[in-house]
Write a new protein. Structure first.
Length: 469
């Protein structure tokens, strides 16, 4: 593509549909359009991540690895990209290096070229080993800045973090702005400085929630960004991203545009035609949500919280819940809100609101987060809360299950036998399903006729796990 213009990553198959229809798009609905998407000339297609993996097993009765097999077969020209939650991989707890290595080698075998690796706390220790294993496989390890705003997050903070990520061996860098907080002018300065200080390509990923993304993406282009993430027009904006065709039209005129707009129009019409099937998963937002600039709740998180409150018949508490989130953030050192910190903070906010008292009930994951079990907290934890957590901590017995791959394999094999299933434990990808999502995998393998899951407790991204405790 044109040297002076950014490349474009199309995200509808992962983040576009995750942000707008709670990750419910089935593989069958993707298949008919893959060949067309492969012909556009995108630098990559984002196709896989934690939520897709989780939803495949939990809701869609799909083996997540089957998706990659289909993508690899249909997408011959375009690179496949996935999102990894650092040491948590696609799950919600930290795994050790042997499992990280097993996961990455299988993802590479199944066609993933670009691994965007992030940590919700921006703790470099949590992304290091994934970068190492991706480099070993000679694939693109993309380190990530999870962008947020707070009294401690300034330009110098981001530049230092980005340099550390480059020094760690990352082959590219992503600015991941999950809540659409990055303002155009701030983005321009940040990208300019990153381009000056780093040697690796810079990618920008921002959301439309606050209405800033079109301008922010454009300013990033002016500052020399290397790659922009967009979502096809019929799955764009609201909680999702700048529309692919709009962004192309911003940076090219009709005569110079290297992309086939008719082809893109065909792709968009296709996605438009399947969207009504997923109507029940659409959020309530109709335009732009400026409250997000104050509360900093990411799009995906907001749609989940809304659905959760509706299911609990407490929709009237949404405003209280949204207000509680930044208060908690301040108390716990301004962690960015992205999986798993977004779920943990969201679940604790829900507790505080439902209890009508702050921190009356403390979720185990919240205690662990504040206690540093998930990584280094960026700021300072409020001392009153810290004392309360320390007190609870002594009562809580730590369950550090450090199983080896062999232990998991034996456990999974026993499970298969007890259910009179064939022994799936010899397949590395089936074993990974079990290791990463034990309960969901047991349901998935045990039942060949799963109907609907209890959606109230089984909310997306493991949210229900915390509510159910
Ligand atoms: Co996103």
């Amino acid at each position: 593509m044109n040297k002076n213009k950014p490349n474009i990553t199309e995200v509808v198959l992962r983040d576009g549909q995750q942000s707008l229809i709670a990750t419910r798009m089935t593989l069958d609905d993707m298949k008919p359009i893959l060949k067309s998407m492969d012909n556009v000339g995108f630098s990559s297609l984002e196709v896989w991540g934690g939520a897709t993996y989780d939803c495949c097993l939990r809701f869609l009765n799909e083996n997540p690895w089957d998706r990659l097999k289909v993508f690899k077969k249909s997408l011959k020209k375009t690179k496949l990209q996935m999102l990894i939650r650092g040491k948590n991989l696609v799950g919600y707890k930290q795994f050790d290096d042997s499992i990280i290595s097993l996961f990455i080698s299988n993802a590479v075998k199944h066609g993933i070229d670009i691994f965007r690796i992030f940590d919700s706390l921006n703790d470099i220790n949590n992304i290091q080993s994934s970068i190492k294993f991706v480099n070993k496989a000679k694939k693109n390890s993309q380190g990530t800045i999870c962008y947020t705003t707070s009294p401690i997050h300034n330009e110098d903070y981001w530049i230092k973090l980005a340099k550390d990520i480059e020094d760690c061996g990352a082959k590219s860098l992503a600015i991941k702005d999950m809540a659409g907080l990055l303002r155009p002018g701030v983005c321009f300065e940040l990208v300019k400085r990153l381009k000056k200080n780093l040697n690796i390509p810079i990618h920008l990923h921002t959301h439309s929630t606050t209405g800033l993304s079109d301008a922010t993406n454009y300013k990033a282009y002016e500052a020399g960004v290397d790659n922009i993430d967009t979502s096809i027009s019929s799955f764009s904006n609201l909680y999702a991203h700048t529309a692919t065709e709009s962004f192309m039209s911003m940076i090219y005129d009709d005569n110079t545009c290297p992309y086939d707009m008719n082809l893109l129009s065909k792709i968009s019409s296709y996605f438009q035609s399947i969207r009504p099937k997923y109507e029940q998963y659409e959020g309530s937002m109709r335009g732009v949500d400026i409250d997000m600039l104050i509360n900093q709740v990411p799009g995906g998180m907001l749609s989940i919280l809304e659905k959760q409150l509706t299911d609990l018949k407490k929709s009237n508490k949404l405003k209280m819940l949204i207000d509680e989130i930044p208060r908690i953030r301040k108390d716990i050192g301004y962690v960015p809100l992205v999986t798993p910190s977004s779920q943990i903070v969201g679940a604790q906010a829900l507790m505080n609101v439902l209890d009508n008292k702050r921190y009356k009930t403390l979720n185990k994951e919240f205690i662990d987060l504040v206690d540093g079990s998930y990584g280094k907290i960026p700021g300072t934890v409020c001392s009153k809360l810290k004392r309360k957590i320390d007190k609870t901590k002594t009562i809580n017995n730590e369950d550090t299950d450090k199983l080896t791959i062999q232990d998991y394999k034996k456990e999974f094999s026993n499970f298969c036998n007890s259910c009179h299933l064939k022994d799936y434990s010899n397949s590395e990808t089936d074993l990974l399903n079990y290791i990463l999502f034990k309960k969901e995998s047991m349901d998935f393998y045990a039942s060949n006729d799963r109907t609907t899951t209890n959606e109230v407790i089984g909310l997306q991204e493991g949210f229900g796990l915390y509510i159910n405790d």
